[in-house]
Design a binder for this molecule. Structure first.
Ligand code: CP
Ligand code: NVA
Length: 306
């Protein structure tokens, strides 16, 4: 099989994603039953972090171990990456000593350049532009809770950031609609989001209108990693973009609430919503583990015949 990377959501076809979700379900069931499954024995994942992480690190590291493989953690602070070694050189070396690489970094261009010089599959563990592993878990979680997402309405409230961009790509692949509401000046940039068209999303000035009749309401922090200098300004600009109980009340009665986490209660989401009956944030976080195990298996071994 030629090397396949997962650098943005649309790198995978609908068929591949449906396959991954079927594998996710199987891998999750086996794991819950304490049945050993070690298809990646003797394989090594290198994880490179240029930004902080709890879930992404833990889910990849635990996931690789649970599949029988090993995971090595590198960060910018105490590797040569932080001292100006060209990313292309790092890719040449790291990919000769490992079987798969996961990177969390700043510009998407960095991970594209790494992948261009890598002998092994590269996974995007978050860039300024995209967070494809997150949406893999999110859509799996939606399907697990409610069935097919095709034709459904997802309300995105807040910043048009990496997670938002990835939802927009996923909407094109799975044929659902995203109602986006951002404060003025923070609107979606279709080219940066890597969209084929504008047919799967609609922008709303009023977040309540965006949330109306939604099947899923989701949001994220007002200030993403790397943009901390804008924090105070963003707190002012986003003050009316909190997902609260009034907003969930205009969504469908059986709507779900998701948040990639970490969350700031009292900013982008009220405690009543994230800790309330619509919220599936803990299942969403757990599914990072199961979905990424399916992703690792697919990138390293290809399709497993059921
Ligand atoms: N959602 C997510 O990627 O969390 P971490 O930043 O903790 O990895
Ligand atoms: N948009 C957030 C997501 C964190 C998981 C960030 O990039 O910081």
């Amino acid at each position: 099989m030629p090397i396949k990377h997962f650098l943005q959501f649309k790198d995978f076809t609908r068929d591949e994603l449906d396959y991954l979700f079927a594998r996710t379900r199987w891998i999750k069931t086996e794991f819950k039953a304490y049945r050993r499954y070690w298809p990646l024995a003797d394989r090594t994942l290198v994880m490179i972090f240029e930004k902080a992480s709890t879930r992404t690190r833990l889910s990849f590291e635990a996931g690789m171990q649970q599949l029988g493989g090993a995971a090595i953690y590198l960060n910018t602070r105490d590797s040569q990456l932080g001292r100006g070694e060209p990313v292309e050189d790092a890719a040449e070396v790291i990919s000769r000593m490992s079987d798969v690489v996961m990177i969390r970094t700043f510009e998407q261009d960095i991970i594209e350049r790494f992948a261009g010089h890598s002998r092994v599959p590269v996974i995007n563990g978050l860039t300024n532009e995209y967070h494809p592993c997150q949406i893999l878990a999110d859509i799996y979680t939606y399907i697990e809770q409610r069935g097919s997402i095709q034709g459904k309405t997802v309300a995105w409230i807040g910043d048009s950031n990496n997670v938002c961009n990835t939802w927009l790509q996923a909407a094109e692949v799975f044929d659902f609609n995203v109602h986006v509401s951002t404060p003025p000046g923070y609107e979606v940039e279709p080219e940066r989001a890597g969209l084929y068209g504008t047919g799967h999303y609609e922008e709303f000035a009023d977040p309540m209108q965006a949330a109306r009749d939604a099947d899923l309401v989701t949001t994220d922090v007002w200030t993403s990693m790397g943009f901390e200098a804008e924090n105070e300004e963003r707190k002012r600009d986003f003050a009316d973009w909190q997902v609260d109980e009034d907003m969930m009340a205009v969504a469908k009665p059986d709507s779900l609430f998701m948040h990639c986490l970490p969350a700031h209660r009292g900013e982008e989401v009220s405690a009543g919503v994230i800790d309330g009956p619509h919220s599936v944030v803990w299942d969403e976080a757990e599914n990072r583990l199961h979905a990424q195990k399916a992703l690792l298996e697919y990138l390293l071994l290809g399709r497993i015949e059921a």
